[in-house]
Design a protein around this ligand. Sequence first.
Ligand code: SF4
Length: 393
Amino acid sequence: MPKSHIPEIPFAPVRFQLALLKWYAGSRRDLPWRTKPGDKADPYRVWLSEIMLQQTTVKAVIPYYEKFIAKWPTAAALATAPRDEVLAAWAGLGYYARARNLHACAQVLVTSFPLNEAGLRQLPGIGAYTAAAIAAIAFGEPAAVVDGNVERVLARLFALDTPLPSAKPLIKALAAKLTPASNPGDYAQGMMDLGATVCTPRAPSCKLCPAGHLCAAHARGMAERYPLRVPKSRKPVRRGMAFVIVRKNGTGYNVLLRRRPDKGLLGGMMEVPSTEWAGGESAVGNAPNGSAGWKFAGMVKHTFTHFHLELDVVAAKYNRHVKIAEALDGEWIPLEKLAALALPAVMQKAIKTGLSALSFETTHSSAGSAASSASNVSTVERSARPSTKAGRK
Ligand code: SF4
């Protein structure tokens, strides 16, 4: 943005910086990836946490972060882990491209960890915000760190009348002007905490705010009016049909899964075969004929960033060998191994729905708070359960 278009800051930036840093020292959130104010941060931990925090809440990230650090305490350990193991540990956290990029990125970090924002931007899965956050927190670079929380704080601080998303370049420019040359890591984390705990989207606690005396929106008594936003268009609905196909294998059962292409939505993840996900009516009217053993199991709904998905699940169980895996480019996976697989949330829901319709009991093994609707699936065939009466004899 041309400098001439950036409004003057109506107070000395140092007033805001000092107020924020003082508040952060006393009110900061105690998070497992953070060091104490002024202490040197571990770049690997900062990087890992920032990737996990993309589009995901702090509460959901904490158990995943702790699991990853316990399993892979260094970039070298993560780099040598099998990719499927990393994807499995990520299951339930969503936005799976992050896990693939995390693994790819670890291979680079082992040999050379870029020490500045520009170098970090070259790495897979690291965008403008993440690069700035790592550079500021881990390397003390005065990078302008702007996420949704910071956008809200600055839009209010300056009572910006330009709505988001058009206001983004302006906010970024104002953020750069406000960022201090000294202690930018604590400043960046202070801004994040201010937005998350005080300058909240609804009912901001202006009376507790360290910047209350400088804030234009507060002075006008209109804090909640900002940031202005262009109304969002509604997400489209896509529909498709998913096939949960189970085949007897000795004393157990296998389910047919296949791997999605590496590029694109849920890239590289395992899935049950499904039709294309497109706009239009429900596909269940075209489901395979019931006489062939197929049954409609139910509809699964899931929301992705850009669309809602309604997936009609049909299921079939074969007690004999069927040659279907080759045609669908799939593989038969024993049901008891499902829980350990890196299945995206929507596929966990589809499999649970399909298996339930086929009289397999499904139980949840929660992978953390982020996975409230994305539990791993483990199964037992209802008819194969031991009789409790017999057990009491
Ligand atoms: Fe946000 Fe209120 Fe603080 Fe302004 S005074 S930055 S609106 S919490």
